[in-house]
Design a protein around this ligand. Structure first.
Ligand code: HSE
Length: 433
């Protein structure tokens, strides 16, 4: 059979890794795909990260997507534009697409998939979420018998690396971020990592596939890790918890929770022990129970592993009837349901609160009265040594599950007390049981 011809957009870290994996494992890959896979041409700007011998290069991606001999376009340039126009042009030209572009799928995926369905084409995006971990495959195919209850993921390696170093070595946030950038873990703009935007892109995709809802990046509640201090990391450890940047999508009777924020997790949970740049996604299905997927969430060859898997998937289905392919978002397009996404105020979870309180009689009584007035039940209280020579002491409180709206109202009232220093530090806590 004739080889399948690939047009590659981008020869940076992932593009270079893809070329290397396709070449090194060519015979193994074609035994699986049933056809040889040939890189017909590539578009790249700047320095290529692999040997490009034998690959005709151009700086203009549109030359690749308009080449009539290209069967599958592999988009590895990232960002919204020109990636979106390149993909839409490829689809208009009748080419299947593989992409690692999480921001593009999270923000424009509904439009891109509609165009692909109209054309009877595939847009595969396994590398967009958690790098080399086949989580899209697992959710979209392996777990189709389940009603998915929730998905919780450590899906940003940079944040996980920073939080791990803060915990293990007592290092400061800014110092570890600089190292993460030097090591190439972070996005070009590291605020995407540390402010939770990158994780929110990935969560948007996971939630859609888990629940059969449209991609809704703009409805994700996003809070990053830049406000997390060494003190909170250490107190969490003392209480038997780890702080992780978690992406959480949960189906409730009221709607779907979609949130990315620092989260305290009991350290006995496997996912709490996922350290450094590694990623992990915990999926709870009603039939299977909890399942955990772990691996490298970034990097040249781990991400290339997912790119190549998608290429092989597309090759295998080239001759199949488009109606009988796995739907882009796991559910048949006509059965994608617009379940409401809950505002963060309507979310119910437990909380860690850190207060700086004047050390005198009645102060704690006032705090606990305010919490009781808002129907917030306390799970644990801990008073620590004073921070400095003054008369203020850190008080750590863990609450039972409560409504965020009530918690915030209580925190405002507590902050208004003259015996409490503002602000009260708040970290959400999930048992993931
Ligand atoms: N900057 C991302 C991370 C890379 O740290 O996880 C993979 O998407």
């Amino acid at each position: 059979m004739k080889p399948v011809k690939i047009g590659l957009l981008g020869l940076g870290t992932v593009g270079g890794g893809t070329v290397n994996v396709l070449r090194r494992n060519a015979s193994e890959i074609s035994r699986r795909a049933g056809r040889d896979i040939q890189i017909l041409r590539a578009a790249a700007r700047g320095k290529c990260t692999c040997d490009t011998t034998g690959i005709p290069l151009t700086e203009d991606g549109f030359e690749v997507v308009n080449d009539p001999d290209v069967d599958i376009v592999v988009e590895l340039i990232g960002g919204e534009e020109p990636a979106k126009q390149l993909i839409l042009t490829a689809l208009a030209n009748g080419k299947h697409v593989v992409t690692a572009n999480k921001a593009l799928i999270a923000k424009h995926g509904n439009e891109i998939f509609a165009k692909a369905s109209e054309m009877g084409l595939m847009v595969a995006f396994e590398p967009a979420v958690a790098g080399g971990i086949p989580i899209i495959k697992a959710l979209r195919e392996g777990l189709t018998g389940n009603k998915i209850e929730w998905v919780a993921g450590i899906i940003n390696g940079t944040c996980n690396f920073i939080l791990t170093e803060m915990r293990d070595k007592g290092r400061e946030f800014a110092d570890v971020l600089a190292e993460a950038q030097a090591k190439g873990y972070a996005e070009a703009d590291p605020t995407f990592d540390v402010e939770g935007i990158d994780a929110a892109h990935k969560l948007t995709i996971l939630a859609s596939i888990a629940f059969g809802i449209p991609l809704q990046f703009d409805k994700v509640y996003i809070e990053g890790i830049s406000g997390i201090t060494r003190i909170d990391v250490a107190y969490a450890e003392e209480l038997g918890y780890r702080i992780k940047l978690l992406g959480l999508a949960r189906r409730t009777e009221q709607g779907v929770e979609l949130r990315v924020h620092p989260t305290m997790i009991p350290h006995r949970r496997l996912i709490a022990n996922v350290d450094g740049v590694m990623n992990a996604v915990l999926v709870k299905g009603d039939a299977v129970g909890p399942t955990l997927y772990y691996g490298a969430g970034a990097g040249a060859e781990p991400t290339a592993s997912a790119v190549v898997a998608d290429i092989v998937d597309v090759v295998r289905t080239l001759t199949s009837d488009p109606e009988n392919r796995v739907p882009h978002l796991a559910f048949q397009p006509q059965h994608i349901t617009d379940i409401p996404i809950l505002s963060i105020d309507d979310v119910k979870t437990a909380y860690y609160l850190r207060l700086s309180a004047e050390d005198k009689p009645g102060v704690l009584a006032n705090v606990t009265r305010i919490l009781a007035d808002h129907s917030i039940s306390i799970e644990a209280i801990l008073q620590k040594e004073p921070d400095s020579g003054d008369n203020f002491v850190p008080i750590i409180m863990l609450t039972h599950i409560t409504l965020e709206r009530e918690l915030k109202a209580a925190v405002s009232a507590i902050e208004a007390l003259p015996t409490i220093n503002k602000p009260v530090k708040l970290i959400r806590l999930e048992t993931l049981g």
